[in-house]
Design a protein around this ligand. Sequence first.
Ligand code: AMP
Ligand code: MG
Length: 347
Amino acid sequence: MDTEAAVLGLESSCDETAAAVLRADGTILAEAVLSQEKEHSPYGGVVPEIAARAHLEHLPRLVAQVMEKAGLEFSQLAGIAATSGPGLIGGLIVGSTLGKGIALAHGLPFVAVNHLEAHALTATLPGVVETPVRFPYLLLLLSGGHCQCVAVEGVGRYRRLGTTLDDAVGEAFDKAAKLLGLPWPGGPALERLAKAGNPARIPLPRPLLGRPGCDFSWSGLKTAVAHAVARCPGGAPSDQDKADIAAAFQAAVAAVLADRAKHALAMLPEATAMVVAGGVAANQAVRGALSAAAAKRGLPLVAPPIRLCTDNAVMVAWAGVERLRLGLTDELGHAPRPRWPLEGLAA
Ligand code: AMP
Ligand code: MG
């Protein structure tokens, strides 16, 4: 593919509506992300129907906006890449159908992008990280919807080494935050609160720590937070109690993630780096623990800038570029898939 060729990427699998135009050499010509935080926060979590309607309302405008910024007509694009799974089906239908419509109208190739693959390949986007990573590497996907250790061996070549048995780690942050009376999404608020807390005063369990493999389990930790709150005098924790519980929760999560990452690295001895993605990668305690775990194996912890760690369309366009390079395009009849494991991508 010509390095000047540009791809339009669309993301609508959860609660971020995003569009981006990316050149095949990795130059970001335009990007736009609209978070639906305001729409969902009254409900304390993502409401699928509201998400779908918001994507429908905003995505066409974002597409027009990024195309204008990029200074391109649709007919000048090399292809359209739209997240087609995994995710919430309503949003997936909105984004992939819009992408297919543009592809059909302008005779362009369409790429149905797996959202997890897009996260996995972000670290290979030129200019995104200081030292570009080489395959194979370990990806820790730590978001509101996913919690996985993935061996990234090449484009389309992934092995899931471990996953959560119950909640995603971002979901665990959100639920613990809710128990502490914090607004949704709770991760950032819990991190701020934890700064004033003593992690040792109210110790919390560290699920699966030291166990073989690299699966995760967070629901017991969440229940332990509920019990810790209930044990406070009158079931009403003071501000200091809340800060201490937040600090203990964050310390437990960081310790478990570091332990699971250590096991995952042992399962992928050829790894050249540990890469993190997902909203939880914004957490400084988590980053510190993972970075220490990677350093013990002499590996760097690679974290793309936060705007590219959370859901965005640049990563979708980049996955599109990589797939188009390999001649991997999809039929317009490709059905979006709410569940779509990475292993299913092997060509
Ligand atoms: P994503 O699913 O990638 O869009 O990321 C959203 C998730 O990341 C939510 O569950 C947030 O609570 C979580 N999150 C965002 N920032 C932080 C943070 N600083 N610490 C912990 N979790 C966070
Ligand atoms: Mg999100």
